[in-house]
Design a protein around this ligand. Structure first.
Ligand SMILES: *[C@@H]1O[C@H](CO)[C@@H](O)[C@H](O)[C@H]1NC(C)=O
Ligand SMILES: *[C@@H]1O[C@H](CO)[C@@H](O)[C@H](O)[C@H]1NC(C)=O
Ligand SMILES: *[C@@H]1O[C@H](CO)[C@@H](O)[C@H](O)[C@H]1NC(C)=O
Ligand SMILES: *[C@@H]1O[C@H](CO)[C@@H](O)[C@H](O)[C@H]1NC(C)=O
Ligand SMILES: *[C@@H]1O[C@H](CO)[C@@H](O)[C@H](O)[C@H]1NC(C)=O
Ligand SMILES: *[C@@H]1O[C@H](CO)[C@@H](O)[C@H](O)[C@H]1NC(C)=O
Length: 627
């Protein structure tokens, strides 16, 4: 519950715009009160009883109750998994009231795995597991989106493995084996099959390979192998772990981690918060700091941290950080080129930086020594000008001085988040980089709240269970040569956890290609016969992609795996194109039906394009709304 003092502040704050004039609570007290607010903030966004998300299905974690500007009233596999990981840690730390939420999550994920969606289906190839988001009630989301995203299955596996290990310690091994392992096994199969394929990053903007994704994929395969061994079951995909670890090392560019290897042209310099959020997601306090898993206390992670933070110590980019000296925390955003909502600091990244530093201190503390090398020296010198290269063991004064300074530095990032948190403790997604520095974008963001709770756990010296093997065949060792690789996964609905017993659809893939001049914010869909095209229901029409659109060739396209299970042989499929105008204006649907001859379908998961259309939109163009 909020303290009396914060309640008093909350009532004062009925007058808008004066929050920065009100003296803030001392950090210690603030963390205590905000932690409780944040935990409740998470629970309020989980169906079916979350007070802020009426209509959300059981165990569905909604990203934010915000339905307009922006509409985040969906569940993202990534946000949900990271949130549950924190809730499971909180549960393991003694909050037994959280178990029903965890059980509901297990059930909801078993079902979501089977929902066919624009990324594909569970059967036969697992492709549907890469879908980033679903509606609040767990149905498919058909909007044009950055898909697939390949971090979600790994993060979900990590959360479920953590809970499984708890259940096993309570004698529930059989239950884990029959109910939860099948969900995890699908996600690990997906990871082993697709880790070396391109996908969208955690910000859903660029396609390629992403540090955060690769790092978490590695963790899931290692933990998955250990759980499989305990359960005495095979793990398809886990054998890919050494190659994933090899690829992870390649993001290091000599000074920092290049956050993404992007397919196609882009304006990114490679500095991105995903390289801070990755290490905290796989933090293991007892792992050696030189572990190639790239823990927060790894010298490269520390070097990268400084490069990342210094990027935002630029008052032209971030006026909010003007006048803050080196060695003090600043407000942090996703990456310097960000334009979403004009590119502002995020609570979860500013808090994530604090968590990163608490984690690093914990790593040195558990290991009993701290190493400074050429890469990490600038990080240490910023806090302690006398720092020098060397290995400092527990009996060396520098060992204590540096840990103290880094912990104090971490606190200054929390203080920044505190400064820009409204008195009612609600955490939005972002806060303005320029005056008046008020919250912006989605209100009450679940991930922001979860990030506060995990930061507070670490600051309190409460760490997640260890996962990095110290010896044996799974001990992280980087292969001398990296190889492109993949292994075919095995997939099955997790029926014992409540998933429907779906079967592989019989699919014919058609490439729809359309010329249609559109304006920014307008989207184009195909509506038509059969389940994939939504049976003429515009709400579930199939989205086309604008990825190859140019002024010379206004091309919209998609390779559509038409589910032809109901038909047989060559079939005529009827369809029309439909423009979805922006600002909630009416759809513009073509008047006449088109047809395409579709050859016999296949159940082998092949996505080979069998037919290609060459169409041009017939009918009026769209008009931009003025919203
Ligand atoms: C966020 O939470 C606050 C406090 O409970 C509430 O007043 C506000 O309406 C919420 N906003 C959204 C979009 O849910
Ligand atoms: C689920 O949510 C979607 C989008 O909000 C809505 O169109 C659909 O009708 C809902 N389905 C059910 C079964 O409630
Ligand atoms: C696949 O792995 C190889 C070897 O590590 C790497 O060079 C390549 O960039 C990877 N591609 C993707 C898309 O992950
Ligand atoms: C699911 O369906 C398959 C065949 O389609 C069947 O072999 C299997 O027994 C079913 N599983 C359950 C749990 O009903
Ligand atoms: C889209 O552009 C890429 C890159 O130029 C090209 O390889 C691909 O074939 C194009 N896709 C279609 C459907 O034309
Ligand atoms: C679409 O545009 C391309 C490139 O200008 C052209 O070759 C093609 O014939 C057009 N298709 C139709 C149906 O007009």
């Amino acid at each position: 519950m909020p303290s009396i003092a914060s309640l008093a502040l909350a009532s004062l704050l009925a007058v808008p715009g004066i929050s920065t004039l009100i003296p803030k609570l001392p950090l210690e007290k603030y963390i205590k009160s905000e932690r409780a607010i944040a935990l409740q903030g998470v629970l309020d966004n989980i169906g079916p009883n979350g007070v802020k998300v009426p209509g959300a299905g059981r165990g569905i974690v909604i990203a934010s109750p915000s339905k307009v500007d922006p509409d985040y009233f969906y569940t993202w596999t990534r946000d949900a998994a990271l949130t549950l990981k924190t809730l499971i840690d909180e549960f393991l730390l003694g909050n037994k009231a959280l178990q029903p939420y965890i059980e509901d999550y297990v059930h909801s994920q078993a079902v979501l795995q089977t929902v066919s969606n624009p990324s594909g289906t569970l059967l036969p190839s697992g492709s549907g597991l890469g879908e980033p988001k679903f509606t609040a009630n767990g149905t498919r989301f058909n909007g044009n989106w950055g898909r697939p995203q390949r971090d979600g299955p790994s993060l979900r596996a990590v959360a479920l493995i953590q809970y499984s290990n708890y259940l096993i310690s309570r004698g529930k091994r059989e239950r884990v084996k029959t109910e939860i392992w099948p969900i995890i096994a699908n996600d690990l199969s997906y990871t082993g099959q697709y880790w070396n394929s391109t996908g969208f990053d955690l910000w859903e903007e660029v396609s390629g390979s992403s540090f955060f994704t690769t790092q978490n994929q590695y963790r899931s395969l290692i933990e998955g192998a250990a759980l499989a061994k305990t359960l005495d079951v095979p793990c398809t995909g886990c054998g890919q772990a050494p190659q994933v670890l090899c690829f992870l090392q390649s993001y290091w560019n000599g000074k920092s981690f290049t956050a993404n290897f992007i397919t196609g042209s882009n304006n990114r310099g490679g500095v991105d918060a995903n390289t801070i959020l990755g290490p905290i997601a796989l933090f293991d306090a007892g792992a050696p700091c030189d572990s190639p898993t790239l823990q927060p206390c790894h010298s490269r992670s520390l070097a990268n941290f400084k490069v990342f933070v210094d990027t935002f110590r630029n008052s032209a980019l971030y006026p909010i950080n003007a006048g803050i000296s080196q060695g003090k925390g600043v407000a942090l955003g996703r990456y310097p080129e960000d334009t979403y909502y004009n590119g502002n600091p995020w609570y979860l990244i500013t808090l994530g930086a604090a968590e990163f530093l608490y984690d690093a201190v914990a790593g040195w503390s558990k290991n009993g020594y701290l190493t400074i090398d050429g890469a990490s020296l600038p990080f240490f010198k910023e806090l302690y000008p006398l720092a020098r290269v060397g290995k400092f063991s527990w009996y060396h004064p520098s060992y204590y001085v540096l840990q103290h300074l880094v912990r104090t530095y971490a606190d200054t990032f929390v203080a920044v988040a505190q400064k820009y948190t409204p008195a009612n403790g609600m955490l939005a997604e972002q806060f303005l980089k320029s005056a008046p520095f008020t919250p912006i974008s989605a209100a009450n963001l679940t991930w922001s709240f979860a990030s506060f709770v995990s930061m507070a756990q670490r600051r309190d010296g409460r760490f997640p269970t260890s996962w990095v093997p110290r010896s044996g065949p799974q001990k992280p060792v980087v292969p001398s040569v990296c190889a492109a690789s993949s292994v075919q996964g095995t997939y099955a609905p997790a029926t014992a956890a409540g998933a429907p017993n779906v079967t592989a659809p019989c699919v014919s893939t058609v490439r729809f290609v359309l010329n249609a001049t559109t304006y920014y914010g307008e989207n184009v869909y195909i509506t038509g016969d059969g389940p994939t095209l939504g049976n003429w229901d515009l709400a579930i029409a199939y989205p086309l992609l604008s990825s190859n659109y140019t002024a010379e060739r206004p091309m919209w396209w998609a390779d559509v795996p038409l589910d032809m299970t109901a038909g047989s042989g060559t079939t005529t499929v009827k369809y029309k194109y439909a423009r979805q105008q922006n600002c909630g204006q009416d759809w513009i649907v073509e008047a006449a039906e088109r047809t395409v001859q579709v050859p016999a379908c296949r159940t082998d998961g092949s996505s080979q394009v069998l037919v290609e259309t060459n169409d041009a939109f017939i009918g009026q163009g769209g008009t931009p709304g003025s919203c």
